[in-house]
Design a protein around this ligand. Structure first.
Ligand code: DGL
Length: 255
């Protein structure tokens, strides 16, 4: 029987992570669940976010799973420990890519993330000792605007959402913002960092260590160039928003 890799997000943001994972693991089959109806999560309490994430995982766990990605910084901060404790397979989370951004420049690093992520203990741990170089900011309303403009997020007037700051690098600490990587980087005139590729690599390495991958690293390198060819058949979309998420994914990543 096929075993899947589950990818969870509050909405469409995790599609950017799904693409990175499918590129990294071109032989694997994926499930995507977006809780679009209850997004954004970022203004909710940690308890609510943990409950929503657990409910999403219960839907995904109806299928045989070999691994999972919490493709949402907000849900990772609130629920990763609970999800890892509940399931036997490796669970990779998403965290703001603070370290590489700090290493890339001598100036301030602007961290754009949801209110819940910025208030989390996990974020405090990531920022510890570097607080003087980090500008944590919530672009209020931006996740909702991206959900509402799923197929054309680049039409969103970013000046309305992004704080004016001087910085040497910007961290996209929410997977929704990755849809606007180019635009946000251009807005500040600095490089943008996100954790998507790192999460995909971590997933591949954990599954490799467990012997759960059906092919070698050399084969992966060979097929990753052609990852789009089989991609439509390698992913199943679940939940009430499955058609929206499928349509956005195909349009943004597979054409
Ligand atoms: N995409 C999510 C993240 O990475 C959360 C967005 C939200 O629902 O507020 O934080």
């Amino acid at each position: 029987m096929d075993e899947y890799i589950a990818v969870f997000d509050s909405g469409i943001g995790g599609l950017t992570v799904l693409a990175a994972c499918m590129r990294q693991l071109p032989e694997e089959k994926f499930l995507y669940f977006g809780d679009n109806g209850r997004a954004p999560y970022g203004g909710q309490t940690a308890e609510e976010i943990c409950r929503f994430t657990s409910e999403g995982f219960a839907r995904l766990a109806a299928y045989p799973l070999k691994g999972a990605v919490i493709a949402c910084n907000t849900a990772t901060a609130a629920a990763a420990a609970a999800i890892r404790a509940r399931y036997p397979f490796p669970v990779v989370g998403l965290e703001p890519a603070v370290r590489p951004a700090l290493a890339s420049c001598a100036g301030k690093v602007l961290v754009l993330a949801t209110r819940a992520t910025l208030a989390s203990a996990r974020f405090a741990a990531l920022a510890r000792g570097k607080e003087d170089r980090i500008l944590p900011r919530e672009p209020a309303g931006l996740v909702g605007a991206i959900e509402a403009n799923a197929l054309v997020p680049e039409r969103i007037g970013l000046a309305h959402y992004l704080p004016a700051e001087d910085c040497g690098a910007v961290v996209l600490g929410c997977t929704h913002y990755v849809f606007l990587r180019r635009e946000i980087s251009a807005f500040y005139g600095v490089p943008a960092f996100d954790g998507n590729e790192g999460a995909a690599r971590r997933l591949a390495s954990l599954l490799g260590e467990k012997g759960s991958l059906g092919h070698s690293a050399a084969q992966t390198n060979k097929c990753s160039k052609n990852w789009k060819k089989s991609a439509k058949k390698r992913v199943i979309f679940l939940g009430e928003a499955k058609n929206t998420n499928k349509c956005v994914y195909f349009a943004r990543f597979l054409t």
